[in-house]
Design a protein around this ligand. Structure first.
Ligand SMILES: C[S@@+](CC[C@H](N)C(=O)[O-])C[C@H]1O[C@@H](n2cnc3c(N)ncnc32)[C@H](O)[C@@H]1O
Length: 264
């Protein structure tokens, strides 16, 4: 039940952010553009293209350009994101679908190329998710994925750490944990892990950006009470301790890229 509530919260948060997302999503656009370079030119003859966790459809339009003659499925758990995408993208071959990545409504062996940028970190059960990837992919089909690692937003996490016991920042899984969740018939062909540090003049720029992309804390154990002024003050002064010599406040992101191929 708590799993269900978390997913409802994820969907709700991203839905509400749909109209502000694109303007605030510079990191997400950069990561997705790098990931696009990993999609295959020679993919199995049969099967659709899937943009999993498509959000506003920013990369769906690029996938249409790369695979103009293939059917494209744009799937997201947030209805608001899909509505926004349908209104703003003109993609005649696209089918928009509101569904959960961990229980995809597709036939076995029906997807030739799966693309998923910065979405799977919101999923609850990686083993289940990758089992779904292996089920829906055609033999020889591939999945290119980007996701976030535990160092992401470490400054934010540490700044809250000695303020209270609540979980304020999402928990992201380690690369090894991600790899350990892969089923035997999903082979890792390529991987990359990189660290990116974004810089801000003021802490409010970072917190507004997170709100505008819908990436609020959605882990169970999040603080449900009011955040008092004193606690926020302490959090802010803790974050100030990270201020760099160039006068900027940093926000670290650990980004993973994976290319997986279904074997058999
Ligand atoms: C950070 S956005 C990324 C959107 C897009 N891929 C991009 O790079 O701009 C994450 C997206 O994943 C979706 N998402 C989160 N959990 C999901 C799930 N379990 N199944 C499908 N989509 C999910 C969210 O609703 C959101 O639109």
């Amino acid at each position: 039940m708590s799993l269900l509530i978390d997913k409802i919260r994820v969907a709700d948060s991203f839905s509400k952010a749909a109209h502000t997302y694109d303007k605030a999503a510079a990191l997400q656009q950069d990561v997705g553009e790098q990931l696009l370079q990993w999609v295959g030119q020679s993919i199995p003859d049969k099967g659709s293209i899937l943009d999993l966790g498509c959000g506003t459809g920013y990369f769906s339009q690029h996938l249409t350009r790369i695979y103009p003659h293939r059917d494209l499925i744009c799937l997201d758990i947030a209805q608001g994101m899909l509505q926004h995408a349908r209104r703003h993208r003109v993609l005649p071959r696209a089918q928009w679908l509101c569904a959960d990545a961990e229980a995809m409504p597709f036939a076995d062996n029906s997807i030739a190329q799966l693309f998923s940028s910065l979405a799977i970190q919101w999923c609850a059960d990686l083993q289940l998710l990758f089992k779904e990837f292996a089920r829906v992919l055609t033999s020889g089909g591939s999945a290119v994925i980007s996701s976030l690692g535990p160092a992401s937003l470490c400054e934010l996490r540490q700044s809250w750490a000695n303020v209270d016991e609540n979980v304020h920042v999402n928990k992201f899984v380690a690369f090894e944990e991600l790899l350990a969740a892969l089923p035997a018939n999903l082979k890792l062909e390529r991987q990359r892990r990189e660290f990116t540090v974004l810089e801000y003049n003021k802490l409010s720029e970072l917190t507004s950006e997170l709100k505008n992309i819908g990436a609020h804390n959605m882990n169970a154990g999040e603080n449900k009470g009011l955040t008092g002024r004193a606690r926020i003050g302490k959090f802010k002064s803790n974050y100030e301790s990270f201020r760099q010599q160039n006068g900027k406040l940093p926000a670290t992101y650990e980004v993973y890229y994976l290319l997986l191929r279904k074997d058999g």
